[in-house]
Design a protein around this ligand. Structure first.
Ligand code: SAH
Length: 390
């Protein structure tokens, strides 16, 4: 059976063959197709472009899975999963903590798979992937062995795509709570709770890198989630850490992590709005040798860019004022719409207003298991700068 056809408005312009996103506005016409099904994409002249998964509901209505004239079926998805897993296998072993499949960057748009020790967590971001969930999980088990699989769909994204988010064990039940090791630090994860698939795995390498500047310091971990940065800093020899966080679930996770790492006596978490707390700390005259600033994405869409820029400038300005002489600031943005250049320009303005001179020690990005596809700029979304107050 031949897949239905989606015809683009444009010809074979160079962008068509390198970026897998097709928006409703790009589509000239599409034959009658079941939501979530495979379509053959052709250009305005009817020439083959690729095949992808279609959903008439969201503005981003089709994600290309292949640019070749091949079937998008179980065999192809199985192969892609096997390749994604093989990419992350080193010396015959898979890391016990990390991302195994990352959506577009692994040729599986709409599918995320993370490993937390004995458990795999699957997140379907599109209807097309959600409909194929069972087959994808069987392919995953073929690649990594027979592990319990927790499904952690994001309700907002599922609503956008028009499917019921699954937040449950898929068949075989696994442990609801595990303790994973990230370098020298232990971190608790409760499946179905918290953000992302449990942890911000994209910051895994940065937590290790930033901790290298922590010895002997007073540390401020702003927007701390479950205090991953603070725990790493304390285990690496920081004197004490203050965390700022607003989510009660994250705060209770942070308390657990302080205990797990035997650092509770040196750690404090302040529940509340980090914007207000940064201001309060400044007024109280506290200063820190290491400040980590890892806010949520302030710009969820392009239209929110101005407000996001103001938000980033404000928190960075406050954080810079809190640096002790010779202190280090690790500042991040995970907004897709804020480029690395724009983020650094904002930091530059903040430094100007704060009246501090900062030297760039390093530029940071997401962990290597969240690879960047050169032709899909959205796959480089986490930007960080490590700055040294001089
Ligand atoms: N650094 C963390 C990830 C931080 S994600 C890690 O490595 O695990 C951003 C965090 O900011 C989330 O936990 C979110 O709950 C919190 N947050 C969002 N808005 C906030 C606000 N206004 N004040 C304090 N925390 C906030």
């Amino acid at each position: 059976m031949k897949p239905p056809v989606l015809r683009l408005k444009r010809g074979r312009d160079p962008r068509v063959r390198v970026h897998p996103w097709i928006f409703k506005g790009d589509v000239a016409d599409v034959s009658d197709v079941e939501p979530g099904a495979v379509v053959t994409i052709v250009d305005v002249a009817g020439r083959f472009v690729g095949r992808g998964l279609y959903n008439p509901r969201p503005a981003l209505c089709c994600r290309v899975v292949t640019w070749r004239d091949e079937a998008v079926g179980d065999a192809l998805l199985r192969r892609r999963i096997a390749v994604a897993v093989a990419r992350r296998t080193e010396h015959g072993a898979l890391p016990t903590l990390g991302r195994l499949v990352w959506s577009e960057a692994d040729g599986l748009p709409g599918l995320v798979v993370d490993r937390y020790g004995p458990v795999a967590v699957v997140q379907c971001l599109t209807l097309g992937m959600a409909r194929r969930r069972r087959d994808l999980v069987s392919a995953l088990r073929e690649a990594i062995g027979d592990v319990p699989v927790f499904s952690a769909d994001e309700p907002g994204q599922a609503t956008l795509e028009g499917f019921d988010p699954a937040r449950t064990w898929l068949d075989e039940h696994g442990p609801d709570h595990v303790i994973v090791e990230e370098g020298a630090v232990k971190i608790g994860v409760t499946f179905g709770q918290g953000h992302k698939t449990g942890l911000y795995l994209d910051q895994r390498e940065n937590r290790l890198r930033v901790a290298a500047h922590a010895a002997g310091c007073d540390v401020l971990d702003a927007f701390s989630y479950t205090a991953g940065f603070a725990c790493h800093a304390l285990v690496a020899g920081a004197r004490r850490a203050v965390c700022l966080e607003s989510s009660p679930e994250a705060i209770s996770g942070a308390h657990e992590n302080f205990k797990l790492n035997d650092v509770a006596d040196r750690a404090r978490i302040v529940a509340g709005n980090a914007f207000d707390e940064l201001r309060r700390l400044d007024r109280s005259g506290e200063r820190f040798g290491l400040v980590v600033l890892d806010p949520p994405p302030f710009a969820r869409g392009r239209d929110a860019l101005d407000a996001a820029a103001r938000g980033y400038k404000e928190v960075n300005l406050r954080a810079m004022r809190l640096l002790a002489p010779g202190g280090v600031l690790a500042t991040f943005s995970c907004s897709h719409h804020v480029s690395a250049e724009m983020f650094e320009a904002i930091c530059r303005e903040a430094a100007g207003d704060a009246g501090v001179s900062l030297r760039v020690l390093d530029r940071l990005t997401q962990s290597a298991d969240h690879p960047e596809a050169l032709t899909i700029p959205e796959t480089r979304y986490l930007k960080g700068v490590l700055l040294h107050a001089v």
